[in-house]
Ligand binder design. Structure first.
Ligand SMILES: Nc1nc2c(ncn2[C@@H]2O[C@H](COP(=O)(O)OP(=O)(O)OP(=O)(O)O)[C@@H](O)[C@H]2O)c(=O)[nH]1
Ligand SMILES: [Mg+2]
Length: 483
């Protein structure tokens, strides 16, 4: 398309047909033939900011504001020092470094220039305005990655992993996002899909020869394959709980009777005076939340109101929240005072680490024994939130619970972290189960083929082989601008 300097809004309305126009949203909001620009570095003032300009006209457009070696003449993947100048006024905006990437060897697949400029917010704003005056338009959220997907540089699961990678806040979530972005996960899904396609082809062949009553596909083999697929897909879908915990942080609730030292424990684990501590029963009313890293994991710690019978309305509302937090947590830290003689019930013993606190002033042995009798096989840690005694043992226990939690997700070879993928994989697993049942009950091949197509469809939706503009829109609008 032609670029003119007089597109005052910076938003081009001209369109040309591009190969992916039927796949992509072709409303004026998203146009893959536009040249787009955005600041790719974090908002605010920094030493350096990076402005990306990408699209069919990126190089010529860059040259309009560039004083230095013409960027449209230099080789791909080269770096150049020059000046950014407003050609209308001849004012120099900044000295900058420009890096060029020629199509198709760039992130988006289009010609791209990345300007490293000085990080003043004013310079950043002026550069974007200048580029827009010369025919670029501001990039939409996630538009660079959407273009990378549209040009076949990455599939949808890999593109979504880019967003996860940017948001990764722990070693474990970073590792999952890297695996997904490198394409290992997509390759695994494509392998499964290829097996399904093979199965489908054999069945379709039978349909073509249905008059002659031949069986091309051994029913035994088909069923074994369908069972394996169902098992693999189901395991992948179920890994999502663990995946979500890793991605968003593992929810950990600190509960137990009042005055046991729950808030003191939160503070001790955080190494910070986060929650109010006092010897008055019922000090904590609302949930106090903070994050903590243990090993590769991010934990979302919730200190809650102590459990006791009370007529205080506000305190009862707090207790309701405590019970809810414990129900939703992946790990519960149930704190009791070592001197406590009556032990209240614990609702979720299976996911609980029992903590006998205040071991610095009371021998924890008797309470530990009583807890062990009430919950045989339970994990019990005696500690002192006040002196820090036993805290390392608790950290190690939390770590091994987190390992177990993520291992349970690892019944599949990958851990799914994306809700959309989990839903598609669960639907694929259900359809694969129907295939398996159909084979077991000798359903006619055309009915089995229909379930097979469903399985293939849902699997294809994860990597974007099958998609709609609406889906792409919702996926990419969650990205930040400049990515
Ligand atoms: N000696 C000793 N005192 C502790 C320890 N942990 C907490 N305490 C004291 O026990 C009292 C209650 O502590 P909190 O942390 O407020 O207890 P809580 O469980 O959060 O209480 P509520 O919010 O009322 O449910 C405070 O006076 C703390 O200083 C400990 O390990 N040793
Ligand atoms: Mg408290």
């Amino acid at each position: 398309m032609q670029w003119s300097a007089n597109t005052t809004s910076g938003i081009s309305t001209e369109k040309t047909n591009s190969p992916d126009t039927d796949l992509m949203d072709t409303t004026q909001i998203y146009d893959p033939t536009d040249t787009i620009c955005a600041i790719a570095t974090a908002q605010g003032t920094g030493a350096i900011a990076v402005c990306r300009l990408s699209g069919p006209a990126a190089l010529t457009l860059a040259d309009e504001v560039w004083r230095g070696k013409p960027l449209s003449t230099v080789s791909s993947h080269t770096v150049h020092l020059g000046y950014i100048v407003d050609p209308d006024t001849d004012d120099t905006l900044d000295q900058a470094v420009a890096t060029t990437f020629r199509a198709p060897n760039s992130f988006t697949g289009d010609d791209t220039v990345e300007f490293a400029i000085h990080g003043s917010r004013w310079i950043q704003r002026r550069l974007i305005a200048l580029l827009c005056r010369h025919g670029a338009r501001p990039a939409l959220p996630g538009e660079y990655t959407r273009r990378a997907f549209a040009s076949g540089r990455m599939d949808l699961a890999e593109a979504e992993a880019v967003a996860d990678l940017i948001a990764a806040s722990s070693e474990a979530s970073h590792r999952l996002a890297m695996t997904q972005m490198r394409g290992d996960y997509s390759r695994r899904l494509n392998e499964l899909r290829d097996q399904l396609l093979e199965l489908s082809a054999l069945l379709e062949l039978e349909l073509d020869f249905s008059e002659e009553d031949v069986e091309f596909a051994s029913r035994e083999r088909l069923r074994a394959l369908a069972d394996t697929l169902h098992h693999d897909l189901d395991a992948l879908a179920r890994s999502f709980d663990a995946g979500q915990a890793i991605k968003d942080g593992i929810p950990v609730a600190i509960t137990g009777p009042t005055n046991a030292g729950k808030s003191s424990l939160l503070n001790a684990l955080l190494g910070d005076d986060r929650a109010i501590v006092s010897d008055i029963h019922g000090t904590t009313r609302d949930i106090v939340e903070d994050t903590l890293e243990i090993g590769p994991y991010l934990l979302r710690l919730k200190d809650t109101a102590g459990l006791r019978h009370t007529t205080d309305t506000i305190e009862n509302l707090g207790i309701e929240r405590s019970l809810k937090a414990a129900a939703n947590a992946a790990i519960v830290l149930y704190v009791v005072d070592a001197a406590q003689t009556t032990l209240p019930d614990c609702d979720h013993p299976e996911k609980t680490i029992f903590i006998v606190n205040k071991a610095d002033i009371t021998d924890p042995a008797a309470t530990t024994t009583r807890l062990r009798d009430a919950h045989p096989g339970a994990t019990i840690v005696a500690l002192s939130a006040k002196t820090g005694l036993g805290l390392d043992t608790l950290r190690a226990e939390i770590r091994s619970r987190a390992d177990a939690l993520t291992d349970s997700g690892a019944t599949a070879d990958y851990t799914v972290t994306n809700a959309r993928h989990a839903a598609e994989l669960a639907a694929a697993a259900t359809a694969a189960a129907a295939v398996s049942r159909g084979l077991a009950t000798a359903l006619p091949p055309d009915l089995i083929a229909q379930d097979l197509r469903q399985t293939i469809h849902h699997l294809g939706a994860v990597t974007g082989r099958i998609t709609t503009p609406e889906i792409l829109q919702t996926i990419f609008e969650r990205f930040c601008i400049g990515k």
